[in-house]
Design a protein around this ligand. Structure first.
Ligand code: KG4
Ligand code: ZN
Length: 340
């Protein structure tokens, strides 16, 4: 039997990507992302500029998402938007836009937690991929977050551990900045690492609780390491770029794998689903694939476009909430520190 159409628009504006997507019964019909380039020249996201860019981008991005999905806004059944966590000025743009649009169209609003969305992105219908089965362990790794979460059901999630300072993406980006690489430096470290020796240099792994992370010490040790070596040889970075990147990536990846091993041991769950921009890292992907054979884990890695910040993941959470009757109303406000 054919399912009735149920078009839901998802809107994401928590950081520096303005995104809109249309979903229909688990299938993504469009997934548009406008990445703000303005931050590159500052070496990091500037909140005030992000908010302004969202205001400029949001109408064209939503228009494009509807057009690509080949639907009219009057066919929408509901609007899902990122309520938090994120940058307040950025969240406000998506929140107020979504509230106005839902009000104008007289359709329900669905508020979405960005972190839950990174996890539930695994439930988007994707050819050749089966969604994780409950319970599973989710690892969200990006420029803004690093968390290990026990997922017992769609909206039953428990944070088992998280970073106590920087996110893993920040560790990549800040180290890259020290090496003189452009922002965001994570993908560049990954690229250089492919040609380097991961055991050439040693960096410390910070000691914190078994399921927590800490990355600020790593950044500092990279800084001292570089300063020390450049004082002796001004060409040190240039001559050793590939090995430095490979060693750094090896340290970060093995640190993450240590934490996952702890999580599997503590919970007895060996099904792992990852999400967030750092999931694109070739070292982490390889390590997880190897863990399937070595430890018998079942690993889920989403399509890249659903790993980085996107609105398809907001739309799928919206759809799950819609089908379970979990609605927001017009009094809902953005929440920069939203928890589960
Ligand atoms: O999820 P995302 O697009 O945005 C948020 O931060 O929420 O993640 C972006 C982060 C950046 O820190 C970027 O450097 C990192 O993901 N990243 C990578 C790679 N691709 C993206 N880090 C390491 N290796 C990569 N291949
Ligand atoms: Zn994110």
């Amino acid at each position: 039997m054919e399912k009735k159409n149920c078009y839901i628009l998802g809107i994401e504006s928590s950081c520096d990507d303005t995104a809109a997507a249309v979903i229909n019964n688990g299938v993504i019909l469009s997934n548009i992302v406008a990445t703000q380039k303005i931050h590159e020249e500052y070496g990091g996201v500037v909140p005030e500029l992000a908010s302004r860019a969202h205001q400029q981008n949001i109408v064209p991005v939503v228009t494009q998402a509807l057009k690509r999905a080949n639907i009219n806004k009057n066919e929408l059944k509901a609007i899902a938007f990122t309520r938090g966590p994120g940058l307040m000025g950025s969240l406000l743009v998506g929140t107020s836009f979504s509230k106005s649009l839902a009000f104008g169209l007289d359709i329900p609003l669905l508020d979405v937690n960005h972190m839950q969305a990174h996890i539930l992105a695994h439930f988007i219908n994707t050819e050749g991929k089966k969604p994780p089965s409950f319970p599973f362990i989710a690892l969200t790794i990006s420029g803004g977050h690093t968390q290990i979460v026990k997922v017992s059901h769609y909206f039953e999630m428990e944070i088992l551990g998280e970073t106590i300072d920087d996110a893993v993406g920040e560790a990549f980006d800040k180290s890259a900045k020290i090496l003189g690489l452009t922002y965001p430096g994570g993908p560049l470290i990954d690229k250089h690492a492919q040609n380097g020796d991961p055991k050439k240099f040693k960096f410390p792994k910070p000691k914190v609780a078994p399921l927590d992370f800490s990355f600020s010490g790593l950044k500092t040790s990279v800084l001292y390491f570089i300063e020390r070596n450049v004082a002796e040889n001004p060409n040190f970075i240039k001559e050793n770029m590939d090995d430095i990147c490979a060693s750094l990536q090896y340290t970060i990846v093995s640190y993450i794998m240590d934490k996952l091993k702890n999580a599997v041991k503590i919970t007895g769950i060996n099904e792992i689903a990852i999400g967030g921009g750092v999931s694109a890292n070739s070292g982490i992907r390889k390590a997880l694939e190897e863990a399937e054979t070595t430890y018998g884990w079942k690993v889920h890695i989403p399509k890249f476009e659903y790993c980085t910040d996107n609105a398809a993941m907001i739309a799928i959470v919206g759809e799950l909430k819609f089908k379970n009757g979990i609605f927001a109303n017009q009094s809902v406000s953005a929440n920069a520190r939203m928890r589960y």
